[in-house]
Design a binder for this molecule. Structure first.
Ligand code: NDP
Length: 338
């Protein structure tokens, strides 16, 4: 069996380019006892992958040069010598960017194809949804009537954060990078206000107008000047969940900015960085909460799906250009058993 794969071709300095990725083909060996042959159906592209392309120490190991990029994949078992994972089963796993791959089943989670569209397991019912739920509720701890600000508001995590905050009875203000996104947040998702940081001019002034009672919870996906503007509006006992810092992921020198500590002190605020895996023991609660709200129509879900394995680099690079509304995915193949 031949498979197409995408290797890390070089370690990007600054923004990655097409040259960061190398397409190639490999021969997969015959299936051994205990193994499955997987066909990739949907492959996720995520901002954290940028960190893995560098060698810098982080919470997850760097990708190796000339080896396949890996990440969240929903795949179908097309051949099986593993009793737990029969042919036709659908699984979620951390798998190579490959059209087909072999696995001994370790780390693969079976997915019920009747529960929700398969792609949802990489988005609202998967890592981004869990990130939004755990970061907002376990760190942000929003109370009815409080003001919640979320940056990166129109993306996979941000859209879920804002909607959960609305469910919790908060005033929700989103920050995102296009008028289309602003309109989506307000008209479709019911955000109270949304600010286009690319055209707002003075973001601090725009935020102050949108948050007349100050900011109680800040869910930060982007960092940088957007966050500086939010910090100037913190109320006493504000909670800040540091989820992502995408504005720095392609930076070639360490970011600098105003010091936040005096504000945290004066407002007695809590700022906490987190990685979704920190909350693994609460994933059950989070997953069922998300699934119920989705079923009840309280959560809307948007995804931006590009078709074809060739689109993976483009889909990934698009995250840093703001090309996605909602979760960015690539559809690689149809589910044969559907
Ligand atoms: P998104 O779907 O939000 O996609 C990324 C978005 O970031 C883009 O659409 C773009 O939207 C925005 N963006 C890109 N560059 C910049 C910039 N320089 N300044 C401001 N905004 C920018 O991605 P996710 O929802 O998957 O992830 C959101 C954040 O959460 C990321 O920082 C990610 O690393 C982090 N994350 C953290 C996790 C954790 O466990 N802590 C888990 C999952 C994600 P726009 O048009 O608005 O600029």
């Amino acid at each position: 069996m031949r498979a197409r794969t995408i290797l890390l071709n070089n370690r990007p300095q600054g923004m990655p380019t097409d040259d960061t990725f190398k397409f190639t083909e490999i021969d997969l060996p015959a299936l051994q006892e205990g193994q499955v042959l997987l066909k990739a159906l949907y492959i996720s592209v995520d901002p954290y992958m940028r960190g893995r392309m560098s060698e810098a120490k982080s919470y997850v190991a760097p990708y190796k040069l000339n080896e396949p990029i890996t990440g969240g994949v929903v795949a179908e078992v097309v051949e099986s010598r593993n009793g737990r994972l029969p042919q036709g089963a659908v699984v979620l796993g951390n798998l190579p960017w490959q059209t087909y791959s072999l696995s001994d089943g370790t780390g693969l989670t079976p997915v019920d194809p009747n529960l929700a569209p398969l792609s949802y397991h990489l988005g609202i019912l998967g890592m981004p949804g869990l990130t939004a739920y755990c970061g907002l509720l376990f760190i942000g701890d929003p109370k009815p009537g409080e003001t919640v600000v979320v940056s990166g508001a129109a993306g996979a995590v941000g859209t879920v954060v804002g909607q959960i905050a609305k469910i919790k009875g908060c005033r929700v203000v989103g920050i995102a990078g296009s008028d289309e996104k602003i309109s989506y947040l307000k008209q479709d998702l019911g955000f109270d206000e949304a600010i286009n940081y690319k055209t707002a001019g003075n973001i601090q002034q725009a935020l102050a107008a949108a948050c007349p009672k100050g900011v109680d919870v800040y869910f930060d996906n982007v960092g940088g000047e957007i966050s500086d503007a939010v910090y100037s509006l913190l109320n006493n006992f504000a909670r800040i969940a540091i989820c992502g810092q995408i504005s720095f992921y392609n930076a070639t020198s360490p970011p600098t900015g105003p010091r936040v500590e005096p504000i945290l002190l004066k407002t007695k605020s809590l700022m906490k960085g987190f990685i979704v895996g920190d909350y693994v023991d609460r994933f059950g609660e989070a997953a069922s909460g998300l699934a119920s709200w989705l079923k009840e129509g309280k959560l809307q879900y948007e995804e931006n799906v590009l078709e074809g394995f060739d689109q993976l680099p483009h889909a990934f690079l698009g995250l840093f250009k703001g090309e996605n509304i909602g979760k960015q995915l690539v559809k690689v193949a149809d589910y044969s058993a559907a």
